[in-house]
Design a protein around this ligand. Structure first.
Ligand code: PLP
Length: 420
């Protein structure tokens, strides 16, 4: 993930990475769009799914479909076991200390809303502050804004420089006794910048302030160890991790989760109910009201197994090589300017072109079979910071190739021909 020089072992590992073989696991990649081979470079929006994920979901519905936790019959026991096995797989994937710290939700957005509505409502009061950064996705802005509006608290924003890097000194200056929680992206979806999480956590913890990390973009691109990071909450979405939509995870430290009130009320999150009083269930079920998304949780489990098999270190190296190659190639096209040039960067290549609107760039590239994203990427304040309405964004995944980057560059030349 970093741009630092790689060791010989890492270089050897990368050379063993067989991207053509990997591509065979993703049926969707093998199609034509507008008569051209599909080049899928919209992985920051969502990733494609390997066969193993589709097969796991299908197998669950074919053989094991049943509601979990409540049944004594064989199907319910199998479904419960499969669902809970994924919790342990996620625990290991993030190196969380305990499986009870893994809560299944719809995705990153819901995970952040949960923390804002439970931890936030309990601990943030009038005159208090919530600290975020200027590179956040809307889902790590709006839930905090809603909380601050409700409580009469203030949302503070740590600035970034022209390369799209967090200004750590400024960040530290904004920490005060009023700060009740810090919420930061691990990796910016609009700029690709990687935040220095260990320093951020150290600075916040020195003042007893908990840190939530929005890991939506990072988790498929680098190995995450929540105990090494020492963050208090980590949010992720399965669909950015080569798993299905509709399922995601909140990791939280036991001590904090125990003290938080439940998020939603309903079945499964209770130990006992009378009309007078409800006793809530233990962790993690306290935060999983109602029938969960069992099938997609099992799909997430298959995605994690797939990533573990390939190795996050190898994926990171592969994407690092692609990003370096793509940045040089795209920048060499006259009139192109890359937005987001942080030293520590991964996965995302945002750019603008003189006089051409990103929407037109995206439309012409689509005619060439190339899928990129154009717009504000749910990060309007980032666009305002750089004084632009939108960018064109190519984002890379574990199955992308240098030949696809070449196709992108050819496509950008085509944009110049058509619009120039
Ligand atoms: C950095 C970041 N945070 C949060 C999200 C929201 O993820 P989801 O829509 O899966 O909840 C995204 C999605 O693009 C993202 O890139």
């Amino acid at each position: 993930m970093s741009t630092l020089a790689k060791t010989p072992r890492e270089i050897h590992a990368a050379s063993a990475y067989d991207v053509q073989k990997i591509r065979r696991d993703f049926p969707i990649l093998h199609q034509s769009v507008h008569g051209k081979p599909l080049v899928y470079l919209d992985n920051a929006a969502t990733t494609q799914k390997p066969l193993a994920v589709m097969e796991a979901i299908e197998s669950y519905y074919r053989h094991d479909n049943s509601n979990i936790h409540r049944g004594v019959h064989a199907l319910s026991e199998r479904a419960t076991e499969a669902y809970e096995r994924v919790r342990v797989a996620v625990q290991k994937f993030l190196n969380a200390a305990d499986a009870r710290e893994i809560i299944f939700l719809r995705g990153t957005t819901e995970a952040i809303n949960l923390v804002a509505q439970t931890y936030g409502r309990k601990n943030v009061g009038s005159g208090d502050e919530v600290l975020i950064t200027a590179m956040e996705h809307h889902s790590n802005i709006v839930p905090w804004q809603m909380l601050c509006n409700e409580k009469g608290a203030r949302l503070r924003v740590a600035p970034i420089n022209d390369r799209g890097e967090l200004l750590l000194d400024e960040f530290e200056k904004l920490l005060s006794p009023k700060t009740k929680i810090v919420a930061v992206a691990h990796l910016s979806n609009a700029l690709g910048s990687i935040n220095p999480l260990r320093e951020i956590v150290r600075m916040a913890h020195a003042r007893n302030i908990p840190v939530l990390v929005d890991g939506a973009q990072a988790v498929a691109r680098t190995a995450v160890d929540v105990q090494v990071l020492d963050c208090d909450f980590y949010a992720l979405s399965s669909h950015k991790l080569y798993g299905p939509t509709g399922i995601g995870v909140l990791y939280g430290k036991t001590r904090l989760l125990e003290a938080m009130p439940p998020y939603q009320g309903g079945g499964d999150m209770i130990a006992s109910v009378t009309f007078e009083k409800t006793v809530y269930n233990r962790l993690p079920y306290k935060f999983e009201a109602g029938t969960p998304n069992i099938a997609d949780t099992i799909g997430l489990g298959a995605a994690i197994e797939y990533l573990n098999h390939l190795g996050l270190d190898q994926i990171e190296q592969h994407e690092h090589d692609l990003l370096t190659y793509a940045t040089e190639a795209v920048e060499s096209v006259p009139g192109v300017r890359v937005v987001g040039t942080a030293k520590e960067k991964a996965g995302v290549l945002s750019f603008v072109m003189d006089t051409f609107h990103p929407h037109d760039i995206g439309t012409i590239l689509d005619r060439e079979g190339i899928a990129i994203r154009t717009g504000h990427h749910c990060a309007q304040p980032v666009m305002q910071r750089f004084g632009i309405p939108a960018t064109a964004r190519a984002s890379f995944g574990l199955y992308n190739t240098r030949a696809e980057v070449d196709a992108l560059v050819k496509g950008i030349h085509r944009v110049v021909e058509v619009l120039g």
